[in-house]
Write a protein that binds this ligand. Structure first.
Ligand code: ZN
Ligand code: ZN
Length: 359
């Protein structure tokens, strides 16, 4: 029987999922926290001619995690925008999204839904350039977090439909709104902040690449401080989520503990009553036993208990005062056997039972 366990199935599910989510969020938070710590420790280097010399002296000609800023410059031909002739860039992202309204039968409204139909990313090799001739080649830019790119083109193609389409929409619960076409670009000349591993390659070129130790690789069109604060903010959000889920788990446990304690209290109270009635019974037994022992076959004892007998079993003496009605009509074992907690005489709900002390 489920009642014997301190936790109900639903509570176990709630507890399990809140603990699991809390653990997951805490894991993400720890990872983010580590990223923020690494960002805080990362030295910010100036992109100038000294950089190659600095790297030449570094062990393994490599600096593991550094911040560097410069302007985007393509190594060969840049990418040309498909929609704006004048725009040139080094990373280009073309996305086609479908927008439609979907009937939500729970909320009984139409809700917006978006789906990526098609996405294409193009990239050409590029450098970050600083003062003078100094340049850093950016490797694997698509593996980096970011950069946020400039929206070059955005166009919404409205869906058009006839009468039969309307019937189809009514039946399927889906109304196409149209398609959104966007082009984003990391433009030539944009200011870029890179955080990653810096190496001096055999061709004496300085290159920025994803860190070998698995730290997060960043490319950002904002400045470093913005990037750092953004990561810190994300860490705080994950921590708050983890704490909320842990608290929810604790709340479920407390709730179950409270319920369990209440049930124990009821059990103790019942046990206490039972013992009290038992004591009464034995006292009554002791009081009558000498008389029955002396009187021997005293048959006149029979009618006396009859007028005081329990209305249920007609055998034991009445020993309970039922509250709130106050009826004294049954013995304790019959009270315990009552199918519902209502008085057998007046049907009022029994809120409490008190032993009857006869002197
Ligand atoms: Zn009885
Ligand atoms: Zn009653």
């Amino acid at each position: 029987m489920m009642e014997d366990y301190p936790l109900k199935t639903l509570e176990i599910v709630c507890l399990g999922s809140s603990l699991a989510l809390s653990g997951l969020f805490y894991y993400i938070y720890r990872k983010k926290r580590k990223t923020v710590d690494k960002l805080n420790e990362a030295p910010q280097l100036a992109l100038d001619e000294e950089l190659a010399n600095l790297l030449n002296q570094a062990p393994g000609k490599c600096l593991q995690y550094v911040v560097i800023e410069g302007a985007v410059q393509p190594i060969g031909e840049p990418l040309r925008s498909q929609f704006q002739e004048a725009s040139v860039g080094v990373i280009q992202k073309l996305v086609l999204r479908e927008h439609k309204l979907v009937w939500n039968s729970l909320a009984r409204t139409w809700t917006d839904s978006e789906r990526v139909l098609h996405q294409r990313v193009n990239a050409v090799p590029f450098n970050m350039v600083g003062s003078g001739q100094a340049a850093v080649r950016v490797l694997c830019p698509l593996e980096a977090t970011g950069p946020e790119m400039e929206v070059i083109h955005e166009k919404f193609h409205q869906a058009t439909y006839g009468f039969t389409d309307l019937i189809g929409q009514y039946l399927s619960g889906e109304k196409p709104k149209g398609q959104l076409e966007t082009e984003e670009m990391l433009k030539v000349g944009a200011a870029l902040t890179g955080v990653g591993e810096l190496i001096l390659d055999t061709d004496r070129a300085v290159k920025l690449r994803p860190p070998a130790d698995g730290s997060e690789y960043f490319l950002s069109t904002g400045d470093f401080e913005t990037l750092r604060l953004e990561q810190e903010g994300q860490a705080l959000v994950w921590r708050a989520l983890a704490a909320t889920c842990a608290l929810a788990g604790v709340a479920v446990l407390l709730w179950a503990a409270r319920r369990y304690y209440r049930r124990l209290q009821v059990k103790w109270e019942r046990e206490r009553l039972r013992r009290e009635f038992e004591r009464l019974d034995t006292r009554a037994g002791r009081a009558t036993s000498p008389s029955s022992a002396n009187g021997g076959e005293e048959e006149e004892g029979e009618p006396e208990p009859l007028e005081n007998a329990c209305v249920v079993c007609l055998n034991n003496p009445r020993s309970c005062v039922l509250l709130d009605c106050g009826h004294v009509c049954c013995c304790f074992s019959c009270y315990q056997a009552l199918p519902q907690p209502t008085c057998p005489i007046c049907r009022q709900t029994i809120t409490r039972v008190v032993p009857l002390y006869q002197v």
